[in-house]
Structure formats: structure tokens, C-alpha cells
Design a protein around this ligand. Structure first.
Ligand SMILES: [Zn+2]
Ligand SMILES: [Zn+2]
Length: 253
């Protein structure tokens, strides 16, 4: 499997997954020009992508879905509620394929499990992509470590995992109180320590790598996240951080 994080964070999310002949994009939170250029830098043509799958309606995930469809001809996969919540900003859509949160999707050689999350989108899901190459989890915008999440992590070969904030930086940072409460709350994001605890309890032994994802700009930094994960994880695990400003190609498997 080839996995390229084109960008990850509240300023826009877009992730490319390729296995065999199947090419998938998850989320459309960066401009069409950026997505096209960043894929081209790795020798990939965005017009050859088979499907654009949207995790939830928040702007950093759904914003440019209509552009990707009109410019590159990508079919959009989303739940009805996600599309209804995101729709106003998307413009004219001609090829939308609905799925239900919790039901699997088959696209090409990939089986995509969809997992409902308690994050405060209209109908948010996280994903597990399974192909002959293995199983990768796309687990961001999770809310909290909900029941069943550990079993999912334990089943994976690799994971893109939200590690959004450091609680001390959040408390000392510029965000107003109600925004801090939202981030920490059950509809928000996982902290570094919550993500590390999940990996320690469920995944560190069998994962090839974990890519710390959706890092906050104000309330986190890659070195802070790495430090927290290293202090909590008992065994060495190959940790990578996704970037808020550019692409990161993950080790292939
Ligand atoms: Zn997000
Ligand atoms: Zn979100």
C-alpha cells in the first residue's frame, strides 16, 4: 500500500491511498490545485483516482469536494447527512454515492470499513482500508477513545491516528474557554496522551508505523507529540508526524 498524507490539520485534510489498481482520496480540505500538485510530485495523476471519500462535513475535510469532482471527475462518497450538512458550499454535484455510517464500502480492490465517531460532525466516520496489501486505519476527528476503537487499532498494520493537542499548551494558548472545552470534550479531538495510551494498550506490538495526524498548530507541535508518545509507549514504534503544510509519504507495505 502507498499512503501519502497530502495535508493534515484543521487547515485542511486530504489523504491518498493506493493499492494495486485502486486509488482513493479521503477528504477534500485543500484546494484542487494543491491536491493535484502534491500528488503529481509523487508521480500520481489526481484524475486517475477512483473515488473521493468524505469523513464528515467539517470544512477542513469537505470544503473542496465539489471542485475535485468538477475539475478531476471524481465520484464523491459520503453519507446523506454529511453531504446535507456540507452541501451549501460544494456547488453543483453530479456523481454522489451514499453510504451509511457503519456499513462497509467496496471500491476496486479495497474494502473500506466505516466507523461512526462521537466527534461533533453531522454524521462523522473514521475508516479502515483493507486490501491484499494490508489494513490501514484512518482515524482522525474521533472525539474520544470510544468503545471498539482499541479493537480496531489492534487489527491494523498501520495507522493514521489523531494526536491533536497537548493539554498544557491548550490551557496556556490563545483559544477562548468554550473552544478549549470543545476540543477537549467528547465531540472534539484526542490529545497526545490519549492517542499514545490507545497505541500502548492496543497496537504498539503489531503496527508497522503510526502517523500522528491532525496536529493543532496552536496547541501542539511534532516534537511535543513525539515526546509524549515516547514517554507513554513501552516499545519502540515507528512514529511519523503528518504535516499541516505539505505532503508526507508513509513507508510502503
Ligand atoms: Zn478535522
Ligand atoms: Zn472535524
Amino acid at each position: 500500500m502507498t499512503i501519502i498524507s497530502l495535508q493534515s490539520g484543521s487547515n485542511g485534510n486530504c489523504l491518498y491511498v493506493e493499492s494495486g489498481e485502486t486509488r482513493l482520496l479521503f477528504d477534500a480540505g485543500i484546494s484542487g490545485v494543491r491536491a493535484e500538485e502534491r500528488l503529481a510530485a509523487f508521480g500520481r495523476d489526481i484524475r486517475a483516482v477512483d473515488a473521493l471519500v468524505i469523513s464528515h462535513d467539517h470544512q477542513d475535510h469537505a470544503r473542496c469536494a465539489g471542485v475535485y469532482q468538477r475539475k478531476f471527475g471524481l465520484p464523491i462518497y459520503a453519507t446523506e447527512q454529511t453531504l446535507a450538512a456540507a452541501r451549501r458550499g460544494l456547488g453543483r454535484l453530479t456523481d454522489v454515492r451514499h453510504f451509511r455510517a457503519g456499513e462497509p464500502l467496496e471500491i476496486g480492490d479495497a474494502l473500506i470499513e466505516t466507523v461512526s465517531t462521537p466527534h461533533d460532525g453531522a454524521d462523522g466516520v473514521a475508516f479502515v482500508v483493507q486490501t491484499d496489501g494490508g489494513r490501514v486505519g484512518l482515524l482522525t476527528d474521533l472525539g474520544y477513545v470510544f468503545d471498539g476503537l482499541g479493537d480496531i487499532v489492534a487489527s491494523l498494520d498501520a495507522v493514521m491516528l489523531e494526536s491533536n493537542y497537548d493539554p498544557e499548551m491548550l490551557a496556556a494558548g490563545p483559544y477562548p474557554w468554550h473552544v478549549q472545552e470543545r476540543i477537549k470534550g467528547p465531540g472534539g479531538h484526542l490529545s497526545n496522551a490519549e492517542a499514545a495510551g490507545l497505541l500502548r494498550d492496543c497496537g504498539a506490538g503489531s503496527l508497522r508505523w503510526a502517523c500522528l495526524s491532525h496536529l493543532s498548530e496552536q496547541n501542539n507541535a511534532p516534537e511535543v507529540a513525539f515526546r509524549t508518545h515516547s514517554s507513554i509507549l513501552p516499545k519502540p514504534l515507528h512514529l511519523v508526524a503528518a504535516s499541516r503544510s505539505g505532503p508526507v509519504k508513509l513507508p510502503e507495505f
